[in-house]
Design a protein around this ligand. Structure first.
Ligand code: FES
Length: 57
Protein backbone atom coordinates (compact mmCIF):
# COMPACT_ATOMS: atom_id res chain seq x y z
CA UNK A 1 0.00 0.00 0.00
CA UNK A 2 1.39 3.39 -0.95
CA UNK A 3 1.52 6.27 1.49
CA UNK A 4 -1.53 8.53 1.69
CA UNK A 5 -1.30 11.89 -0.03
CA UNK A 6 -2.91 15.18 0.98
CA UNK A 7 -2.90 18.44 -0.94
CA UNK A 8 -4.87 21.65 -0.90
CA UNK A 9 -6.42 23.09 -4.03
CA UNK A 10 -6.16 26.87 -4.39
CA UNK A 11 -9.97 27.22 -4.07
CA UNK A 12 -10.05 25.54 -0.66
CA UNK A 13 -10.69 21.78 -0.81
CA UNK A 14 -8.12 19.54 0.82
CA UNK A 15 -7.86 16.39 -1.29
CA UNK A 16 -6.99 13.18 0.54
CA UNK A 17 -6.06 9.90 -1.16
CA UNK A 18 -5.13 6.66 0.50
CA UNK A 19 -5.88 4.68 3.58
CA UNK A 20 -6.21 6.95 6.61
CA UNK A 21 -8.38 7.01 9.73
CA UNK A 22 -10.41 10.21 9.58
CA UNK A 23 -11.94 11.01 12.98
CA UNK A 24 -14.05 13.62 14.71
CA UNK A 25 -12.52 15.57 17.63
CA UNK A 26 -13.51 12.77 20.02
CA UNK A 27 -11.64 10.15 18.00
CA UNK A 28 -14.68 8.50 16.41
CA UNK A 29 -14.00 7.27 12.88
CA UNK A 30 -15.77 9.03 10.01
CA UNK A 31 -16.41 6.84 6.98
CA UNK A 32 -15.03 7.89 3.62
CA UNK A 33 -13.95 6.48 0.30
CA UNK A 34 -10.40 6.02 -1.01
CA UNK A 35 -10.36 9.62 -2.27
CA UNK A 36 -12.27 12.51 -0.73
CA UNK A 37 -12.05 16.25 -0.15
CA UNK A 38 -12.15 18.01 3.20
CA UNK A 39 -13.61 21.51 3.40
CA UNK A 40 -10.93 24.14 3.80
CA UNK A 41 -13.17 27.17 3.27
CA UNK A 42 -15.61 26.74 6.18
CA UNK A 43 -18.74 26.97 4.02
CA UNK A 44 -19.65 23.29 3.64
CA UNK A 45 -22.95 22.07 5.06
CA UNK A 46 -21.50 18.55 5.15
CA UNK A 47 -18.45 19.06 7.39
CA UNK A 48 -15.76 17.87 7.43
CA UNK A 49 -16.24 17.16 3.72
CA UNK A 50 -16.28 19.65 0.87
CA UNK A 51 -19.76 19.95 -0.67
CA UNK A 52 -18.82 22.39 -3.43
CA UNK A 53 -19.96 25.50 -1.53
CA UNK A 54 -16.49 27.07 -1.99
CA UNK A 55 -17.38 27.59 -5.66
CA UNK A 56 -20.04 30.13 -4.63
CA UNK A 57 -17.55 32.43 -2.86
S1 FES B 1 -13.70 23.77 0.38
FE1 FES B 1 -15.40 23.10 -0.73
S2 FES B 1 -17.08 23.65 0.50
FE2 FES B 1 -15.36 24.33 1.61
Amino acid sequence: MSKPTIFRKPQGPIVVRGEINLTDPEGNSIGHGPRFSLCGCGLSKNMPFCDGAHKEK
